[in-house]
Design a binder for this molecule. Structure first.
Ligand code: ADP
Ligand code: ZN
Length: 211
């Protein structure tokens, strides 16, 4: 059973490693950021409410976010395990998650600030399937087009410099303290995510998780 969360600053590569891990273990990749973007695209009530926060680089309120995750984790495909990416991000979310499920692994992806800025600066994402590419580190075969589904690649509004600064500050203030919370439960594994080759970082995570 692998009930895991990935914690790391923006640009640590959570989404990229999660895509590798989800294939390897056959368990779903649950990204709250992707779920919110999907809700915004479909203009659901949740999406409409979340959009105002997300575009400004702020966190969506816990009440909305916890409900979203709770409903998702109840789906049958999570019975064998799951990879949570982008949740929890605050201590109160971590406490709420404790009541919903029992985690087996907390993967903490450590990455230097200079590496973060370089990665987010060039990040592009597929509008259709959420796949992530990078203008120089991991370019798509054809510029502006997703290798996986042919969808359009774009730069997220919250990847623009002002929003990035705010998101990094929120990470240091609100999300970094989660490491202490999970250290007490002896769940944290630290991974060096400065390596520019995603597969190598993913392989290190796989070593920690086992088969
Ligand atoms: P990143 O990790 O690069 O900030 P995500 O795609 O994970 O990007 O999230 C994008 C935005 O979605 C966040 O800036 C925030 O507004 C919102 N969001 C995602 N997950 C959460 C969460 N657990 N709690 C509150 N807001 C969230
Ligand atoms: Zn795509």
């Amino acid at each position: 059973m692998k009930n895991m969360i990935l914690i790391g600053a923006q640009g640590a590569g959570k989404g990229t490693y999660a895509a590798i891990l989800t294939k390897k273990y056959g368990i779903p990749h649950i990204s709250t950021g992707d779920m919110f973007r999907e809700a915004i695209k479909n203009q659901t009530p949740l999406g409409v409410e979340a959009k105002g926060y997300i575009d400004k680089g702020q966190l969506v309120p816990d009440a909305l976010t916890v409900k979203l995750v709770d409903e998702r984790l109840k789906k049958p495909d999570c019975k064998k395990g799951f990879i949570l990416d982008g949740f929890p991000r605050t201590l109160s979310q971590a406490e709420a998650l404790d009541k919903i499920t029992k985690l087996t692994h907390v993967i903490f992806l450590e990455v230097r600030e200079s590496v973060i800025m370089q990665r987010i600066g060039g990040r592009i994402q597929c509008r259709k399937c959420s796949a992530i590419f990078h203008k120089t580190n991991m370019p798509p075969k054809k510029e502006g087009v997703c290798d996986k589904c042919g969808g359009e690649l774009y730069t997220r509004d919250d990847d623009k410099p002002e929003a990035i600064k705010k998101r990094l500050a929120i990470f240091h203030e609100q999300t970094a303290p989660l490491i202490g919370f999970y250290d007490k439960k002896k769940l944290v594994k630290r991974i060096d995510a400065n390596n520019p080759v995603p597969q190598q970082v993913a392989d290190e995570i796989i070593q920690v998780l086992g088969e």
